[in-house]
Structure formats: structure tokens, C-alpha cells
Unconditional design. Structure first.
Length: 596
């Protein structure tokens, strides 16, 4: 059985990631990429669907976990009656084959240990053929070949590989799991301590370059490491999360595959990277963005694969019961087919922010932007599926119209501020039309608030984006009323839900947790309105939702007091970074974002 979502830490090699439970079990690992089929799928099923556990074969009195400072190397320490043992889990940044290393270190006395390895390919459905090799085992199933090597003897037991040994004070034992395509040569064994040293050096050099030095240094630096680890290094694309189908409600159907790159993340991610001083990563993200959206703007998608792949067809993995029986388990995400106007504005805003921040010029960026603006000139008038990818009917969502305004506004700024070629007068006219319409039709005078879609009386937390984009001042009475409306209707224990889960709007059964990114947006709005004490109090409460190693998922259940949704969630950590920076600077997010 899988642990609670908050029980998981993650490790990665900048191309994939593994989830490690507090009990020493690696319950999720996809190879060779984030979006590849899992070889360990206990997270969404049972141990027979694959896992790799190393743990004391004795009663554990206390479990302590941490990442080594400035790294993605996980240390789990178990205190037992007979002694104390630590397990160090990490994946060296990839050079050739993906490699997962586990080092068992005796720290006090002597502790009996057990290792159990259950490899199941293709999301737990395929039992590989396993045979012994010198120093370990070789498992083969179709295109996948895995080698597990160790300093201790391993034995096969009913399609499981096990090892029993003692962790003795001052001594280390190691395990290594390597994946290669079938028919490839066996990769050479790695020296575990050298791998540990080089991995530690890589992460400390990278994290040591972080430019943030404000009040929330530890939380922000950890969040930057999360973003780096979720970046697919060969392309620069940012994976939204390392997992699929962790539920937004236990037992519910809102279980989505987040192992892809969303355009919506573009602006805030780029802004966060610039704030952190990570120019190379910001340039790589911009390059991925430009390459992914090249082509007909009418066929632009809201999300793409790690290398910019377009077909992400959704399938149900029906042999897995789902996390705590939250079915269905999905591979792929049909939301890629949706029409969402806001992503056009996000792309325009991200490329404008890159240009304003002084990133080296990209000769293709303005060509892509001009094509997007030509499309927006007409398409802004159409209904869409909205920011939350609702599976109900298309509507005239207020947030979508505002982001269309952002797209035209950034195009005008590109001409006026940077001297790029374009019809600024025409674009300014369309921009002003969009703004006038959104102010008229998106604002409900009776409620004194902007509402989810034209003519609606429903709130939507995405409307907190309005002042963050510069569409309206945060202290405008209409925006003050909107914040109050959202807080009154969407607050649960001080945190925000995205919207009201009205079935005729999103086409799904109701029920999900509070959405952490929306709560970070509320922090920004409160700060912009001068309500700094409230903003800081909410921000500190959000920090308290992180698990013991500083990770956030997508959502949180205030009643059950547990994390929900896929983990770690890039956008939650982006929100943390930006809100920390905004609270550190009295100017607030809108002023800073417009100054880029």
C-alpha cells in the first residue's frame, strides 16, 4: 500500500524522477523519461505493481528525513533499539544511462536490514525475465533492460529480488539500478561514493548560484531545486509534476497526468527563474517555448510533451486501482485538445518578460509573437475552455478575455518599448476594445465583483490574476470587491478553492481540495492592497503545508490535513518563489512584472 502523498520525497536526474516514501520504498519511477511507463507503480496500485524498498528488519523508533543542504540527495535516518542507520537516495545528473543509487550507512550499533526489489514494467503490468549476473541481477521486458548491482548478495524469491544484511556502524553498503534499451551493452558499474560526491557537487554548485537572499531563503532555495529537477534537460521544458493520477479528491475521478509541459506556466516560471538569477534556465525555457508553439497559431496547444510532442492522447490504465482506489489512472491528457485563449496571452507575456529582463535576443521569438497577435485579433471574441481546462461547454471566461488583453498589450509594448516592427496603433485599438468589454461584461455590479464568465454570478480564483498582469489596479474598488467575493465564497480554512465546482461548468463530479497556487495569488493581492500582515500570515500558513522535506503538491485537504494531487507540483513552487519575492519588496508583483 502506498503512503500518504506528503510521505513522499523525490529524487531525479533532470530527465526523470523517483518518489521515495518515508518507509524506504521507492513507489514511483518512470524510465527513461518523466512520461515513460513506470517500472515502479506501487504508488497507484500495490507492491506487486513494482517497488524498491530498503528498510530496517527491526522495530523503528524514529524516522528522520532531510535533503543534504543545497542538493536533491535524500537522507532517511532510522533509529532502532540496536542502532541507527541512514539510507542515502539520489540519481546522478544523467550523462548516458539513467542511474539510481542507494547507499546504506551504519551510524550507530548494528541494525538488520532487508532489501526488496520488485520490477514491473509498463505501469506494473509486465513481469520481466530476471537472471543473475556478476554482482547483481538483469531484468528484461520488451524494450526495457534493468541492471541492479550491489555490494551485498541478492537472491530471487518468487519474482522478487531480496537481500538481507546488517548495517554496521562505520560501514556502507550500496545498490545501483541502471536502465538501458534492450540489446544495449551493460553499462559499467559506478563507484557509489564517487557518484555521491559528484552529485553533491553538481547540486551545490547550481543552488549556490541562487540570487534570492530574502527572509524565506530556505523555502525559496528548495523550490528552485524542485524546478531544476522537474526540468527536462535535453529540451529545457518544465514538467508540471513528476506523477500522474494522484487525486484531487480521495476516491474521486479528478486524476490527471501532469508529466507534460503547460504553456500556462510560462510567464511565472520565467519570472521566477529571472528573479533567482538562473538566466541559462530561463533562456532554455524560452527556447523550448518558441520551438513548441512554432507553426499555425490556430493550432497552438495548451500543453506539449517534454520535447514539444503534440499528441498526448489520454488512455485509462485499467489494471491499476489508483491511489487509495481513486480511479481512473490516466496516461496522457486530453486537455491538449482544448482551446484556451489565456495561453496566447501567457506566451506573449513570457516573451515580453524575457526581453525586458535582458535575456539574449531570440530571432524567432518576435516572429512567433506576431503570428499569435494576428490570431488573437479575431479569436479573442470566441468562447473557450478556460484556465482550469473544464470539460463542460465553452464559455466567455473573464480570465481568458483578460489574458487576450495581455497578449495585445505586450505586443504594443514590444513596438513602443523595444522598437520591434508591428502595427501598434491597430493592436492598441483591439486591446482597448477587449478591456472595455471585460470591464463591462465580466463585472457583476450587483456583486461588486468580477465573475467567472460573462453573465455569471460565480467566483473564480483566476480573477486574482487581473492586477498581477496590470489589467487593473489592485486597490481599484472593483478589484477590492472581487477579492472579498472570492474570499467569501471560495475560502476553506483560510485557503482558496479554484472555483465552485458547478457541474454544468466543468462537466465533472464536484469535490477537490484547496488549490495552493490560487492561495499564493491571494497573498500577492493582499500585499498589493497594503494588507501586508494578512499576506504574510497566509504565506506562512502555506509554507506550513509543505511536507517534512519542503515539497508541495497541487492541492490540500484542510479537513483531513493532507496533501492532494500530483507531487511535486512545479506551479505551487513557482507561486511560493514569486510570493516570497513580492513580500520582500513593497512594490508588489504587478509593479515588478510591468517593470520587466
Amino acid at each position: 500500500m502506498a503512503g500518504r502523498i506528503e510521505d513522499y520525497a523525490f529524487i531525479g536526474d533532470l530527465q526523470t524522477a523517483a518518489l521515495v516514501c518515508r518507509d524506504g520504498s521507492i513507489d514511483w519511477l518512470c524510465l527513461p523519461r518523466f512520461d515513460s511507463p513506470a517500472i515502479f507503480a506501487n504508488l497507484l496500485g500495490c507492491p506487486e505493481n513494482g517497488r524498491w524498498r530498503i528498510y530496517p528488519d527491526a522495530e523503528v523508533r524514529e524516522t528522520r528525513r532531510r535533503y543534504l543542504d543545497g542538493t536533491l540527495i535524500l537522507e532517511t535516518e532510522y533509529v532502532c533499539d540496536g542502532g541507527t542507520v541512514a539510507v542515502l537516495d539520489f540519481m546522478p545528473p544523467r550523462t548516458k544511462a539513467p542511474d539510481l543509487v542507494r547507499i546504506v550507512e551504519g551510524r550507530r550499533g548494528e541494525v538488520p536490514m532487508r532489501m526488496e526489489l520488485v520490477i514491473r514494467c509498463y505501469y506494473g503490468s509486465v513481469v520481466p525475465w530476471v537472471r543473475r549476473t556478476k554482482g547483481g541481477i538483469r531484468a528484461v521486458a520488451g524494450p526495457d533492460t534493468l541492471y541492479c548491482r550491489s555490494t551485498v548478495e541478492m537472491k530471487g524469491e518468487d519474482m522478487h529480488t531480496v537481500a538481507r544484511f546488517n548495517a554496521v556502524e562505520g560501514r556502507r553498503e550500496s545498490f545501483e539500478l541502471v536502465w538501458v534499451p534492450t540489446k544495449s551493452d551493460e553499462p559499467p558499474a559506478q563507484e557509489a561514493d564517487q557518484c555521491l560526491k559528484s552529485t553533491e557537487e553538481f547540486w551545490r554548485e547550481w543552488s549556490g548560484r541562487c540570487a534570492y537572499s530574502g527572509r524565506w531563503r530556505e523555502a525559496v532555495h528548495r523550490s528552485f531545486i524542485v524546478l531544476k529537477a522537474l526540468t527536462y534537460a535535453p529540451s529545457g521544458g518544465l514538467c508540471a509534476a513528476a506523477t500522474t493520477s494522484l487525486p484531487e479528491k480521495i476516491g474521486g475521478v479528478r486524476n490527471w497526468d501532469y508529466r507534460y509541459c503547460w504553456l500556462r506556466d510560462a510567464t511565472f516560471t520565467l519570472y521566477a527563474l529571472v528573479v533567482g538569477g538562473y538566466t541559462d534556465e530561463a533562456c532554455a525555457w524560452r527556447e523550448w517555448l518558441v520551438d513548441a508553439v512554432a507553426g499555425e497559431s490556430s493550432k497552438l496547444q495548451i500543453m506539449y510533451g517534454l520535447r514539444g510532442e503534440r499528441r498526448l492522447d489520454e488512455r485509462v490504465i485499467d489494471w491499476l486501482p489508483g491511489y487509495e482506489n481513486s480511479a481512473p489512472v490516466r496516461r496522457g491528457n486530453d486537455a491538449f485538445k482544448q482551446h484556451q485563449i489565456d495561453v496566447y496571452g501567457e506566451i506573449m507575456d513570457a516573451l515580453h518578460a524575457a526581453r525586458s529582463a535582458g535575456l539574449p535576443p531570440d530571432e524567432n521569438a518576435w516572429r512567433v509573437q506576431r503570428a499569435i497577435v494576428r490570431f488573437l485579433e479575431e479569436d479573442w471574441q470566441n468562447p473557450d475552455n478556460g484556465i482550469w481546462e473544464v470539460r463542460g461547454p465553452q464559455r466567455h471566461f473573464t480570465h481568458s478575455k483578460v489574458m487576450a488583453w495581455v497578449g495585445l498589450d505586450r505586443a504594443v509594448k514590444a513596438v513602443e518599448k523595444f522598437g520591434l516592427p508591428g502595427d501598434a496603433k491597430k493592436w492598441a485599438g483591439i486591446r482597448d476594445r477587449i478591456r472595455a468589454e471585460a470591464l463591462e461584461k465580466g463585472f457583476n455590479k450587483g456583486l461588486n465583483a468580477f465573475t467567472q464568465y460573462y453573465g455569471s454570478d460565480e467566483p473564480d480564483a483566476s480573477l486574482l490574476m487581473l492586477p498581477l498582469t496590470g489589467f487593473i489596479d489592485a486597490k481599484d474598488p472593483r478589484m477590492v470587491g472581487t477579492v472579498k467575493f472570492i474570499q467569501d465564497r471560495l475560502t476553506h480554512d483560510g485557503f482558496l478553492r479554484r472555483y465552485g465546482n458547478v457541474r454544468e461548468v466543468d462537466g465533472l463530479p464536484p469535490g477537490e481540495g484547496v488549490f495552493l497556487l490560487c492561495s499564493f495569488w491571494l497573498v500577492d493581492n493582499l500585499a498589493l492592497q497594503g494588507r501586508y500582515k494578512e499576506a504574510e500570515e497566509l504565506f506562512e500558513r502555506l509554507l506550513d503545508l509543505r511536507n517534512d522535506v519542503g515539497l508541495l503538491s497541487e492541492q490540500y485537504d484542510p479537513d483531513a490535513r493532507r496533501l492532494l494531487g500530483n507531487i511535486p507540483q512545479a506551479f505551487s513552487h513557482v507561486g511560493l518563489i514569486n510570493s516570497a519575492r513580492n513580500l520582500d519588496h513593497a512594490g508588489g508583483p504587478a509593479e515588478q512584472r510591468q517593470s520587466l
